[in-house]
Write a protein that binds this ligand. Structure first.
Ligand code: UD1
Ligand code: MG
Length: 453
């Protein structure tokens, strides 16, 4: 196995996005598109990764957090010029180089592997080009192939009518040996319609040298690029559509798949039921036989088997539901751990809370976890019963099997087995209402009689 380096081009201006955020950091399925690509590259265990960047360098630095080197291309004189900027980072590197685009995020690892394998085949091609046949080839460079080898790469703006008719297009992605790459790039000029240094010219130069260059063909989805918000949304749709099918293939039931939105890392067990209009943010894992009911928004939550969530539930990061716990409608949780079979069925906020197994949290319970400066924890024991419309003013502990009476505002710990009732003594006046009504009706009748006179 030869060593592998990846050069990821991301110095394009991305003007059509009209964004302050670098184009390659726009998320798909809650993950920056660049990080989708990086994950696929990482599966090949490359020795080097170099991202070529123009503006927005510090944004990329933050996102990559040291996981790749950055090379700056300023100004941008084309794809060939961009690859040249990675030369310093690859000083002394002798292996295979994969050239990728940061805005083409869904190249499967297997496709990258196929490119590298082809590069190392016995006929020793100088360049392997990843090509595809788009429905509309307008704008793409054409790949002219004869007898299994590329005889010419030509950009649309430089192409003759006959060349434009070629169906095979350049995805932009290539595999080249490091020593070939930089010696070929040295010979590339900007003598073309766009006055740019075309990476594609390395194929033409190698061919003139009598070297073989080849294309391998992939489906358009694998090399789809993103240049605008509309394309971002299209790609999101396409990704989601695949993920939904995958979820069903893996044994989940989606009643209305087109209304369920997954994050890149959503994990689902078998026989999970997902009702319509459910959105998953990152960090969600759901075990077997859980039920996610309609219109729920779930992120950063671990949901054990047999749990039921929703309809209309909001689970925020740090939520852990143990087996058969239940979160009902209009309940919000954040950093809340519910033990086995614990229930919060209606209209509740549980934040920074640990709730014991089998506890029952009544409608309208609020953990008051924030005083405007700090957050505090609420701990509720196993089997405790929290009456409706209670405010649990953290930090506070409610003991095992304790009962908090409805409408209580609890600010001091409740012992195991205790009943705590925090509300005003009731005033009881038998017959008072009857006497009140009689008196008021008489008063009103008297006034009416007076007005008529
Ligand atoms: C390029 C290819 C074309 C291919 C098409 C696929 C060349 C000469 N052309 O064309 O054959 O069909 O992609 O989408 O290679 N970039 C830089 N620095 C630059 C210019 C570009 O980093 O100076 C990066 C961009 O950020 C982007 C990628 O390279 O990720 C492609 O750039 P783009 O301008 O879209 O290339 P095209 O002209 O469309
Ligand atoms: Mg382009």
């Amino acid at each position: 196995m030869t060593e592998l380096a990846a050069i990821i081009l991301a110095a394009g201006k991305g003007t059509r996005m009209k964004s302050d955020l670098h184009k390659v950091l726009h998320p798909i399925a809650c993950r920056p598109m660049l990080m989708h690509l990086m994950a696929s590259v990482d599966a090949l265990i490359p020795t080097k990764k170099v991202v070529v960047v123009g503006s927005g360098k510090s944004q990329l630095e933050t996102a990559l957090a040291g996981s790749a080197e950055l090379a700056v291309q300023e100004p941008q004189f084309g794809t060939g010029h961009a690859v040249q900027q990675a030369r310093g980072s690859l000083e002394g590197f002798e292996g295979d180089v994969l050239i990728l685009y940061g805005d083409v995020p869904f190249v499967p690892t297997a496709m990258m592997q196929a490119m590298v394998a082809r590069l190392n085949a016995p006929d020793a091609p100088a360049v392997v080009v990843l090509a595809f046949e788009p429905e509309n080839s307008s704008g793409y460079g054409r790949v002219i192939v004869e007898d299994g080898r590329i005889i010419k790469m030509v950009e649309q703006k430089d192409a003759t009518e006959a060349e434009k008719a070629a169906k095979l297009c350049n995805s932009g992605l290539m595999a080249v040996k490091a020593r070939d790459l930089f010696s070929l790039l040295d010979r590339v000029t900007d003598d073309n319609a766009q006055k740019e240094y075309y990476l594609t010219d390395i194929v033409n130069i190698a061919s003139e040298d009598g070297r073989i260059c080849v294309a391998i063909i992939t489906e358009p989805y694998n090399v789809a690029g993103i240049n605008s918000r509309a394309q971002l949304a299209e790609m999101e749709q396409a990704w989601q559509q695949r993920r939904r099918v995958q979820a069903m293939d893996d044994g989940a039931t989606l009643i209305a798949p087109e209304t369920v939105w997954f994050a890149w890392d959503t994990q689902l067990g078998r026989d999970v039921l997902i009702e319509p209009n459910v959105f998953f943010g990152p960090g969600v894992s759901i075990s077997d036989n859980a039920k996610i009911r309609a219109n729920s928004h779930i992120e950063g939550a671990i949901i054990a088997s047999g749990c039921e969530v929703g309809p209309f539930a909001r689970l925020r990061p740090g939520t852990v539901l143990e087996e058969k716990a239940k979160i009902g409608n209009f309940v919000e949780t954040k950093k809340a751990h519910l033990g086995k079979g614990a229930k919060a069925n209606h209209l509740t906020y549980l934040g920074d809370a640990i709730i014991g197994a089998g506890a029952n949290i009544g409608a309208g319970t609020i953990t008051c976890n924030y005083d405007g400066y700090f957050k505090y924890q609420t701990v509720i024991g196993e089997g405790a019963f929290i009456g409706s419309n209670s405010a649990l003013i953290a930090p506070v502990k409610i003991g095992r099997d304790a009962i908090v009476a409805a409408g209580s505002a609890v600010s001091r710990d409740v012992a195991d087995g205790e009943l705590r009732m925090v509300r005003a003594e009731q005033l009881v006046k038998p017959g008072w209402a009857d006497r009140f009504h009689d008196a008021m009706r008489k008063k009103k009748a008297d006034k009416k009689a007076l007005d008529q006179n």
